[in-house]
Design a protein around this ligand. Sequence first.
Ligand code: SF4
Ligand code: SF4
Length: 415
Amino acid sequence: MTDPTNDHRTAQAGPGHTGGGPPAARPATGPEQNGHGAGPEPGRGIFDKDLLDRCISCGFCLPACPTYALTGEETSSPRGRITLMRALETGRLDEDDPTLAEESSFCLGCRACETVCPAGVEYGLLLEQWRDHQWRGRHRPWLARLLMALVSRPWLLRLQGLVRRHARGGGSPAAKPETGPADQPVSLMLGCVERGLYPKVSRAVQQLCPEVTVPPGQGCCGALHAHNGDSRTGAELAEALGERLPGTVLTTAGGCAAHLAHHLGRDRVEELSEYLDRDGRRPTGQVTVDGRRARATLQDSCHLRNGLGVSRPPRDLIAEVADFVELPGADRCCGAAGTYSMLRPSDSRAVLDPKLEDLDRLDVDFIVAVNPGCLRQLQQSLRRRRSRVRAVHLAEFLAMASGPGTGGGTGSREL
Ligand code: SF4
Ligand code: SF4
């Protein structure tokens, strides 16, 4: 079959393409293609039609898209991908089409396109629906299947908790819920990745927020499933976790926060920085390096920033305990993108590399992350580059500031 986006390959981005307004060329989403004008084409029910019809093909999203920046190809842009989704929906392309397979995978799912879209296209939901169809069964990457199977087994997560017992702060996790600032119980969600790779993060949260409890028997929140072609299981896991965690669900992972907020309601879920910020709580002490106040920057979590609109609180908190320096393009994806860095390592590195170069020029001691996937991506890449900059989670950074003893923490190289 022909590529329905070929018509507007002429609109590819050159150097001047990402600087100004949207690319002027119209995509191949004319009247007969978007279901208007010549009469709607029958749909296959893969997508929510209202969501798919919302795109007006204006192209404002193109400069915001990291994969479009890499290739300059319309097919690798949000608008081009929506054109592909429409072709899939109407049957003009079938799911075995190689462009469909490639682009459903190449997209980072960062949702940067949503923040600039004047028509309110919920691209993240469209991508979930696309992958539900495109990646079903044997079409789902085997690594994603393996990870989803691992985090779906509560006994494996319990095993992680036993192996890394300090993830629970060594306390009695089944304690009666205490109440937070708003007289609501506050339950700390441990997170599948975090409890295994970064157990010190939950210990740091308990140090910063002694009112939180860590209910036992937590499962996966389902974000991994929703982003990898199984949104039904993603929803079921989110709802099950919501029943196990009383009151406010506090999370230190931007990706989990956005997924849980979508399924449990925005008022049930808070990411750490907004939780601390809500009542104006400020960390104490400062982070020092070699006897001076540390310089620190932030890498946004895409889903926290683009999905939940949280960007100021982590910056304010860092600025309380260190000299905050804004990283150019902090709002751009770091290339971790859930399983993306494992499924597409070279594309992931291509997305990250310009950020690392900016970071070199910034002369900071720390880059702070608010999502474990971003933290892992940054730590590994900085280690490979033998950079002096250390990547650290926000919770650990703030806990480091209050430090043991007198309110002055030291930037430890162990992190
Ligand atoms: S997704 Fe939004 S910004 Fe992008 S082309 Fe469609 S309407 Fe325009
Ligand atoms: S989710 Fe990110 S990578 Fe995918 S189309 Fe939108 S901006 Fe581009």
